[in-house]
Design a protein around this ligand. Structure first.
Ligand SMILES: Cc1cc2nc3c(=O)[nH]c(=O)nc-3n(C[C@H](O)[C@H](O)[C@H](O)COP(=O)(O)O)c2cc1C
Length: 181
């Protein structure tokens, strides 16, 4: 059974993220995956403050939350980022979480689910791809989910196009599970 880690992307109260993450969790569960959630709001990772880069052999973070987050990623067969787009890039809380980890990203299957206005988080996904695939050598799937406000979801996160949203998330997860298999 594939172990899938779903990573949240907003620490705002009543965020849209809180509406989209359960859809991803339920869809992965329906595909037979063992699903866990990395709730970055609860985990409260510090901003990256280590004297060493994660790629350095001397890198040995001591924050409990960072150690727990690293373990979650290491033990997952695949990771799904559910992200909003903030100022044409990835949610900063996710960028910070990505920065805290080095070698565990190498070869890790990753899938991207996002939502936004004009590009449906396309620019957030582009940043995630640049960081995770190009720099950190994760296996980021091509079949990303882009959800558009006013087409697929309302600004409060209500789902407007149930079937299309489900199909998009399903396609993203199918690719991830194929990469893991
Ligand atoms: C600081 C900030 C920057 C934003 N920048 C973008 C953007 O570049 N593109 C976009 O589509 N939406 C942008 N938005 C709108 C967000 O997509 C929208 O507020 C969304 O609900 C945020 O996700 P969340 O509710 O899960 O935090 C921005 C919102 C905030 C708060």
């Amino acid at each position: 059974m594939a172990r899938i880690l779903v990573v949240t992307g907003s620490v705002r109260p009543n965020s849209v993220n809180e509406k989209i993450v359960p859809l991803v969790v339920d869809a992965a569960d329906a595909k037979g995956a063992e699903v866990s959630v990395a709730n970055l709001k609860d985990m409260n990772l510090p901003f990256f403050d280590d004297p060493n880069s994660p790629t350095s052999p001397d890198f040995a973070p001591t924050h409990e939350s960072v150690i727990a987050w690293t373990k979650q990623v290491a033990e997952a067969d695949g990771v799904v980022f559910v992200t909003p787009e903030y100022n044409h890039t990835l949610a900063p809380v996710q960028l910070n979480a990505i920065d805290w980890i080095g070698k565990e990203w190498d070869g890790k299957p990753v899938a991207l689910v996002g939502y936004g206005w004009t590009s449906g988080a396309g620019q957030a996904h582009a940043t995630a791809r640049e960081s995770l695939a190009v720099n950190l050598k994760a296996k980021v799937g091509d079949n990303q989910t882009n959800l558009f406000f006013m087409k697929h979801i309302a600004p409060d996160g209500a789902i407007l196009e149930q079937e299309e949203v489900a199909q998009k998330i399903d396609a993203t997860l199918s690719e991830l599970l194929e990469t893991i298999a």
